[in-house]
Design a protein around this ligand. Sequence first.
Ligand code: FDA
Length: 305
Amino acid sequence: MEQILRNFFLFLSKNRFFTKLAKRYGLRFGAGRFVAGETIPSAVKTIKELNLKGMSVTIDHLGEFIDSKEEAREAANGCIEAIKAIAEHDLDSQLSLKLTSMGLDISEELALENMRLILDVAEEKNVFVTIDMEDHERCERTLQIFKKLREDYEHIGTVLQSYLYRTVEDIEDLNKYNPNLRLVKGAYKESPKVAFPDKKDVDENYKKIIKMHLLNGNYTAVATHDDAMIEYTKQLVEENHIPKDQFEFQMLYGIRVDRQEELVKEGYHMRVYVPYGNDWYGYFMRRLAERPANVAFVLKGVFGK
Ligand code: FDA
């Protein structure tokens, strides 16, 4: 049953019609539990609260599936505004974004052009930008764009997913760029031709890439809510004398808040991924797919308590 629900929500997450409809009608169905409002001021308020609790943030200007150059430029401008707000309010926050919102599906040149506009401001304001990883179809293009940008900019990182067979090779290939990478298990529905179908293998590969990237001496963001992976990382860094400023834990806004606070108390660098904006639908559906138990919150959102 859980697998059926998971596939159902992942199917819904790709629906362009619902994506557009959701933008028009605003945050609904309990999405506010995972999304910090629709505007920059609401996001700034959330970042300040998290910073006061000792947590860093990466703010995600939500957006995917755009259809025109104008929409892509609008999304890029939204990211630039967010970077300026981070600097203006002196917040401990980075920025995350998706290349599809920068126009990747229209052309790679358009996505690159928009990324350069954003990174020019990010370098000036000293704000780090992470390119989220989307589905496998876009992985190679995303990494090519990352490599091009990394040659010209310091404040740029990206994400690798342990469910993909290719990822171990990508870790090796990217090593020459000394990249700051966020490592995740992967959130999209992928074919067994490109991704491990069994969770056990995804977890083993996750441990493997964490170890490789850390031992290569690169900055590593371990982005997971899974205690087994967190404990594995803690042990690995201790055994290998890896300093605490070479890695951080990351979790999503609204998920395992108690665990986030514990990690801060234990002296680890904790970063919370805070999405905001009106394009919340796909993100929200992927969170429901990860944990269908969250559907209870949706039902409360629809029918009241
Ligand atoms: P997983 O889903 O494997 O669950 C393992 C265990 O963790 C569970 O059994 C439970 O104990 C605990 N757990 C998990 N979720 C919980 C919850 N909601 N409440 C309580 N316990 C829970 N993906 C992607 O493809 N591209 C990207 O760019 C990103 N970016 C990203 C940033 C950040 C900061 C995070 C944390 C995650 C992503 N992801 C992502 C999503 C990622 O790929 C993955 O889908 C989710 O993090 C879920 O996998 P986990 O490793 O968290 O645990």
